[in-house]
Design a protein around this ligand. Structure first.
Ligand code: AMP
Ligand code: TRP
Length: 326
């Protein structure tokens, strides 16, 4: 059976973009693949953070993943810092990662441009992400559009490793949805919806209540031409709402345009809000029922399984790279 691996940073503010771009696929892929999902707390340390908040965010992120349908009976769900193989393999891959490639990473450039201190961890972030994926020998990686460049680095490092040490790692592919791979900000629809945007109005948090969701969508920035039409260049706000509605209802963008083309933005936005509320309400209800202690138990059990599996694979990596086993 082919293996899936993906990760999410426990940085709070999980939003509709995370869900439609990535997590929904995480849930669907459980039916046909061997799935491993990881809360990547070591990645979250690459920007300024508060240790007490990290523990809260870790549990909260796991709770959201369980509420939206990640099923611990079918998927391994654990925390990156529980399994030392991630950092060990990152070191090994780091010795093969060209500085030039890492210097070109959009995420690194964006984060340092918007105020993050440029530290070695942030710079080598894509190497740790490659290690996450290759540690478990995954074939497919469900992510949003913004992670494509990191998947390319992972593929490159897998090939470099295999060329030097033998055919150990599958060269993984990204798995990016056709619609909503890049959900845009509601206040600035030419930028992606982001956890770190200062303004909560820019996003729909997964646990927002229906009133807030409707308010956010009603006040989403659009344009002054009243036609509902898909054109991300000239109508980024409306196009974003069309994609969101399409993903939430399963209707094609074209048929939504046919239905709402001339109905006016007010009516259209209310329909988008209805669709998003219908999609998110059951997640919030399940989230409210979950207990933090039970979530900790799930992560602890997932961590044990992940460590056992990773340790076995790391033995082979150590052997081929000439690292001592005693
Ligand atoms: P992060 O919040 O950066 O840990 O991202 C978790 C997952 O959500 C990754 O697979 C991202 O590619 C995806 N993601 C983040 N923001 C968006 C967005 N605005 N639209 C679609 N996918 C996103
Ligand atoms: N870099 C990813 C993000 O910001 C999170 C991540 C870390 C990840 N390791 C991963 C995603 C491995 C997929 C596979 O969204």
């Amino acid at each position: 059976m082919q293996r899936i691996f993906s990760g999410v940073q426990p940085t709070g503010n999980i939003h509709l973009g995370n869900y439609l771009g990535a997590f929904r696929n995480w849930v669907q892929l459980q039916d046909d693949y061997d799935t491993i999902y990881c809360i990547v707390d070591l990645h979250a340390m690459t920007v300024d953070y508060d240790p007490a908040q990290l523990e809260k965010s870790r549990i909260d992120t796991a709770k959201i993943l369980l509420a939206l349908g990640v099923d611990p009976d079918r998927s391994m769900l654990y925390t990156q810092s529980q399994v030392s193989g991630h950092t060990e393999l990152a070191w090994i891959l780091g010795t093969m990662a060209p500085m030039g490639v890492l210097s070109r990473m959009t995420q690194f450039k964006e984060k340092t441009a918007t105020g993050a201190a440029s530290n070695l961890g942030l710079y080598s972030y894509p190497v740790l992400m490659a290690a996450d994926i290759l540690l478990h020998r995954a074939h497919l990686v469900p992510v949003g559009d913004d992670q494509r460049q990191h998947i390319e680095v992972t593929r490159d490092l897998a090939e470099r490793f295999n060329n030097k040490f033998g055919d150990i790692f599958p060269v993984p592919d990204g798995y990016v949805p056709k619609t909503s791979a890049r959900v845009m900000s509601l206040t600035e629809p030419t930028s992606k919806m982001s956890k770190s945007d200062q303004s909560p109005k820019s996003r729909i948090a997964l646990l927002d209540n229906p009133d807030v969701i409707r308010k956010r969508i009603r006040s989403a920035v659009t344009d002054s031409d009243p036609e509902v039409r898909y054109d991300p260049e000239t109508k980024p706000g409306i196009s974003n709402l069309l994609e969101i509605m399409s993903s939430c209802t399963g209707s094609k963008v074209d048929s939504l345009v046919a239905e709402y083309g001339s109905s006016g933005y007010g009516v259209f936005k209310d329909a988008v809000a209805d669709a998003v509320i219908a999609e998110l309400a059951p997640i919030k209800a399940r989230y409210d029922d979950l207990k933090s202690d039970d979530v900790r138990d799930v992560l602890s059990a997932g961590g044990h399984k992940a460590r056992e599996s990773a340790d076995g694979y790391m033995k082979e990596v150590r052997r081929v790279t000439g690292i001592t086993g005693y």
